[in-house]
Design a protein around this ligand. Structure first.
Ligand code: ADP
Ligand code: ZN
Length: 522
């Protein structure tokens, strides 16, 4: 048996490496920078913990969450590894005593929050300690293109300047190509060896249903699962509270978890959940980062998540033990409206554009008639090789289609006429208003009521046109041009079908409940 395998068995108690773990560990021990993209549950921690025991000196682990640090350090200490952490949860005496230990070289692993590293006296500390490696966990936090940007992460790059010879390992579970490139740049990785594991979670099933009566829908779902653990993600604290209460009122072991609870209650609810004494956690996204509960059997999203990365990450908390896990998303047009409304409040232009694009992607996922798994993997730049995954709603029960040639022609020609007439492109809402013959100030001002396509879509309600528009985007006939406002334009393919009048098959939209009225800004 080789040394690494021996440590894996004796210290960590595992029989074999997970995919890519060995390669990552060996490459890091060779002194190279490493960029590792492993899905949630892929075993990222081991990738920096194990080599720390095989090289002299101290390995520093930068990690964003205090709760996560303590968990990992507790586990390591239980396994006999000299690990410690420093963060704001410690009192001054405890911090000093740990620092003394570090100066004496007593530790192999030190977990720190990123902001710690920038305190002035730290640079001297870092010089004094024999630092052998630097691991950046949740590395996507460094990128504002990701779903969890933390400005303090940007400062980590200074460490690179400061410790030029120390190999750096960046790890994350979620990164699109763009975020990936950003991580490498921001963290100043040097010719990193890159490892990307498949993001497919074959044991998870995916399903999206129209959100109609969420309370009832959730109870129907959990009724037969009393002895299973699950998480219900909600968009707000109030919803998390309400859902937990309604379930508890019916005898389910459900509790809330969100940033509005005091720390004691939060950690008690989490503890109970970990011990299976509470079965259902109703949480805002604050819950789960670093929570390591292997037997979560299902995850419900009560509200539309903000982006696909977050959705993937949250659903990824199901089935970490490799046994089946079910992921259910409740989807309503009202949620899209609500989020669009919030988006308008984001003042930073760039940030708003990012959020808008992310919302579009998750709506696309929810409305898609294609394989959910393929959609998710596509987002992460991976092609799912099968036509049918056998474990998502669209694969198990393909959605109905219809001959959409006429409606598609109406829609596309309306886009064409507007662009031709005005020499500028407009957003989805305006197109629908023209189609349905609305009487708005803009329509009059721009003379769009004189277009031949004005009012040709009065036979369908506006949400139906919105769904058709999104479907045409999905099919590649329309594209979104990002400017100050997201506007729609015909693609070359769109122009071609408009000209040739080729038949177009559309998928019947899910029967979405109507949007509640939300004030919308144009
Ligand atoms: P990640 O950070 O990638 O989500 P973790 O490092 O928390 O994943 O590991 C996920 C789970 O898998 C943990 O319970 C961990 O102890 C376990 N694990 C890690 N590596 C192995 C391995 N080689 N064999 C068995 N279990 C492992
Ligand atoms: Zn599928």
């Amino acid at each position: 048996m080789d040394d690494l395998l021996l440590t894996l068995k004796t210290t960590f108690g595992y029989a074999s490496f997970h995919p890519l773990q060995r390669e990552i560990i060996e490459t890091s021990l060779d002194g190279r920078d490493v960029f590792a993209l492993l899905p949630t549950g892929g075993g990222k921690s081991l990738c920096f913990q194990l080599p720390a025991l095989h090289r002299p000196g101290l390995t520093i682990v930068v990690s964003p969450l205090i709760a996560l640090m303590k968990d990992q350090v507790d586990q390591l200490q239980a396994a006999g590894v000299a690990a410690t952490f420093l963060n704001s949860s410690l009192d001054a005496d405890e911090s000093r005593s740990r620092l003394r230990g570090l100066h004496r070289g007593e530790f192999r692993l030190l977990y720190v929050a990123p902001e710690r590293l920038l305190l002035d006296n730290w640079q001297e500390n870092l010089k004094a300690w024999n630092i052998a490696a630097l691991a950046i966990d949740e590395a996507h936090c460094v990128s504002e293109w990701g779903h969890d940007f933390r400005p303090e992460y940007r400062q980590i790059a200074k460490l690179r300047d400061f410790l030029p010879d120390v190999p750096v390992m960046a790890l994350t579970a979620t990164a699109t190509d763009r975020v990936r490139a950003d991580i490498v740049k921001q963290l100043k990785l040097r010719d990193p060896a890159t490892f990307v594991a498949s993001f497919n979670r074959p044991n998870l099933s995916y399903k999206v249903i129209p959100k109609d009566q969420p309370a009832k829908q959730i109870i129907n779902f959990v009724r037969t699962r009393e002895h299973e653990s699950g998480i219900i993600y909600c968009a707000s604290r109030a919803t998390a509270e309400r859902v937990a209460e309604s379930l508890a009122g019916r005898g389910f072991l459900a509790r809330p978890y969100h940033a509005g609870l005091d720390a004691a209650e939060r950690s008690r609810n989490q503890e109970l959940f970990l011990r299976d004494e509470c079965r259902i956690i109703c949480a805002t996204i604050a819950f789960g980062m670093g929570i390591n509960k292997p037997n979560v059997r299902w995850v419900i999203h009560h509200d539309l998540p903000k982006n696909i990365e977050g959705y993937y990450q949250e659903t990824g908390r199901a089935g970490r033990d490799g046994l089946p896990g079910d992921c259910l998303l409740l989807f309503s047009a009202g949620d899209i409206a609500k989020q669009t409304h919030f988006l308008a409040e984001i003042t930073d232009e760039h940030e708003q554009a990012v959020a808008r694009a992310q919302l579009r992607q998750i709506v696309h996922y929810a409305e898609s008639a294609g394989c959910r798994r393929a959609e998710l993997l596509y987002y992460f730049g991976e092609k799912f090789p099968l036509d049918n995954c056998g474990a998502c709603d669209n694969c198990l029960e393909p959605r109905e289609t219809y001959d959409g040639t006429v409606v598609a022609q109406k829609f596309l020609s309306c886009v064409y006429r507007i662009a031709q007439n005005s020499n500028f492109s407009v957003g989805l809402n305006h197109i629908i208003e023209v189609l349905t013959g609305a009487d708005t100030e803009k329509i009059t001002r721009w003379g769009h009521d004189r277009l031949t396509t004005y009012g040709i879509g009065r036979d369908l309600p506006r949400p139906a046109w919105a769904a058709i528009g999104r479907e045409l985007m999905r099919l590649g006939y329309l594209t979104v041009a990002e400017g100050e406002f997201a506007t729609l334009e015909l693609t070359p393919e769109g122009r071609e079908v408009l000209r040739s009048r080729a038949p177009i098959t559309l998928t019947k939209p899910m029967d979405l409940p109507k949007a509640k009225r939300v004030t919308r800004r144009e």
